[in-house]
Design a protein around this ligand. Structure first.
Ligand code: OGA
Ligand code: MN
Length: 288
């Protein structure tokens, strides 16, 4: 069966049809990788993957990164330290088997508080609630292309501080001192506008709103510019809302997208297994 690619929205994402991820030829993989480079989010439905299959597919893109430090540290299935569990389900001791609970996960891109964040992350849906828990993606290349001139001018070639204190569920990362001061917070500095190393196009790189700060501005001016940038990026024309089905695999580019998750009923079960592809290096400025 031939590989077909169907746009999910104009701004971001494609669905790839006709591929079984457990039996993918080199030519099929090349088509999948090309679609990911061009469209930043890829969706493959109806997959049947064990953790070994998930890892084998992930490794075709390169070396893997360890999971992020979340509210309860790093939680992985036994024997699979590279797999990160996103789940609200409780184990026999009443402890969550994964991260992020059942609440909203606010807009973010993964692990941008590191100097070299993972290029990509992917989620594979093992259990999904009857409603809620949709994952939204924001196309940051489209948002960057449409950036109003005054915002572009105010941003210049500045860098942004990305916070490492809280995760997108609002939880404090394990072992980190709580703070709302971006200067005191652990984190990393990255250019606000990156050059995507694979497609060469500019992309806005904002990370998370909380404890974010734009270099060289007063705190008030930084907050005002951040509010304007976030309001611009999260407009509907840049978004794709993913409604999960069992067996969905969604992979996204952390450099050129942001994502968030809707809350869902905490009594329902949601289990996702995630991997993260190691960064090809620190993000590079578009206008270096
Ligand atoms: C993630 C994440 C959202 C979701 O795994 O990085 O943000 O929908 N997950 O579970
Ligand atoms: Mn995430």
């Amino acid at each position: 069966m031939a590989v077909t690619v169907r746009p999910l929205t104009e701004a971001v994402g494609v669905e790839i049809l006709g591929v079984d991820l457990t039996a993918m030829s080199e030519a099929e993989f090349a088509a999948v990788e090309r679609a990911w480079h061009e469209h930043s989010v890829i969706l493959l439905r109806g997959q049947r993957l064990g953790d070994d299959d998930l890892l084998a597919f992930s490794r075709r893109f390169g070396e893997l990164d360890p999971p992020p430090n979340q509210e309860r540290g790093r939680i992985s299935p036994p024997g699979y330290p590279e797999v990160y569990v996103v789940s609200n389900v409780l184990d026999g001791n009443g402890d969550p088997i994964g991260a992020l609970g059942a609440g909203e996960a606010v807009w973010h891109t993964d692990m941008s508080y590191l100097d070299a964040p993972p290029d990509a992350s992917m989620l594979y849906a093992l259990e999904i609630p009857p409603s809620g828990g949709n994952t939204w993606f924001c196309g940051m290349q489209a948002a960057c292309d449409a950036l109003p001139a005054d915002l572009r001018r105010r941003l210049g070639n500045r860098r942004v501080k990305h916070d490492g204190t809280y995760n997108s569920g609002g939880y404090l990362r394990k072992g980190v001192t709580p703070t709302d001061d971006p200067f005191a917070a652990p984190g990393a500095w990255h250019p606000a506008i990156l050059r995507h190393p694979a497609n060469g196009r500019p992309t806005l790189y904002l990370g998370r709103r909380r404890n974010s700060y734009i270099e060289g501005l007063s705190r008030a001016d930084s907050d005002a510019l951040l509010e304007a940038l976030w309001a611009h990026c999260t407009q509907p024309q840049f978004l794709y809302e993913h409604v999960w089905r069992l067996g969905d695999l969604v992979m996204w580019d952390n450099r050129s997208t942001m994502h968030r998750r809707d809350p869902f009923d905490g009594e329902a079960r949601r289990i996702m297994h995630r991997t993260q592809i190691k960064g090809s290096g620190a993000p590079i400025a578009y206008a270096a």
